[in-house]
Design a protein around this ligand. Structure first.
Ligand SMILES: [Zn+2]
Length: 213
């Protein structure tokens, strides 16, 4: 247990170095530490991973709400949802769950390789956006998402980046992150899965429940 916590802290420390951490007292209220900078706001909504070596996937989401309200919801034990990172409009990064732990963001889910319970093997990144089709991702926000992906890929053997829309089951349950510019993620040289999955197979899987949105 203590070892896990220590390793988690070390990992976070590595990221602080990459991102260039500066503490801001005002960021405590707005959860906006500034472009490409990170603050730690713990969520109680997580459990232990089955095996940390299973992590090979990044899931992108939009929050479907304003940044402060979304972070507070993810901090609330009653919500039973969380993610590893939330990226605000100014490009500030809020980390809420250690990468060593299993955050609850995917819900009932199935990836392109037929694997369910995507929370088991993924890192969840929430991008603050109203999700109404009009709210735009900001350049600072897109850059910060890239930085988070870079950091995660430096620590884990990531083999795919997926949208919540793609993995959510049943299909059509989620549409996030809506209108995300996926082409900018091609530089990471891993398969990108977004939009809707192809039609389900003739013998559909029995859907396993899981925590998340
Ligand atoms: Zn989502």
């Amino acid at each position: 247990m203590v070892g896990t916590i220590l390793r988690g802290c070390l990992l976070l420390g590595a990221f602080l170095f990459v991102a260039g951490f500066t503490p801001y007292s005002q960021s405590l209220e707005t959860f906006e530490p500034g472009p490409n900078q990170i603050m730690w706001v713990p969520s109680p909504n997580f459990n232990e991973r089955i095996d940390i070596n299973d992590v090979d996937t990044i899931v992108l989401h939009h929050t479907a709400g304003d940044h402060v309200g979304s972070v507070k919801w993810l901090m609330n034990p009653d919500s039973q949802v969380s993610c590893h990172f939330v990226v605000g409009k100014e490009g500030g990064i809020v980390q809420m769950v250690s990468l060593w732990r299993r955050a609850w963001h995917a819900g009932a889910s199935l990836d392109a390789h037929g694997r369910q319970r995507v929370n088991d093997f993924s890192i969840g990144i929430e991008i603050s956006n109203l999700g109404d089709g009009f709210d735009l991702y900001t350049p600072a926000q897109l850059e910060a998402v890239d930085k988070v992906i870079e950091m995660v890929m430096s620590q884990y053997n990531i083999r795919q980046i997926v949208s919540h829309e793609y993995i959510a089951e049943p299909q059509g349950r989620k549409n996030d992150p809506l209108n995300y510019p996926w082409e900018r993620l091609q530089r990471f040289n891993v398969p990108l899965y977004y939009g809707r999955k192809p039609a389900p197979s003739p013998s559909p899987v029995i859907l396993l429940p899981d925590r998340g949105f």
